[in-house]
Write a new protein. Structure first.
Length: 74
């Protein structure tokens, strides 16, 4: 029997596929923000966001602070 990606992710992690992908995306964003030579806009673009505002909104929703706030703490 063939399983769908979402079913496999749910079984292995307990998260939905969307939550899993967003979590991985945010982890990658956090890593990229340690490079202070890159702007937040650069990080957003590298991660596939067309608009920085969409990246910032998702980041704040998942982390509880804006990308700038996160960068300033680290």
């Amino acid at each position: 029997m063939v399983r769908h990606f979402g079913d496999l992710i749910k079984k292995e992690t307990g998260s939905t596929a969307l939550d899993y992908i967003q979590s991985r995306l945010i982890d990658e964003a956090k890593s990229k923000m340690f490079d202070h030579a890159k702007s937040i806009s650069d990080v957003a673009t590298e991660l596939g966001f067309k608009y920085q505002q969409h990246f910032t909104r998702l980041f704040k929703q998942k982390v509880g602070m804006t990308p700038n706030e996160f960068r300033n703490l680290n």
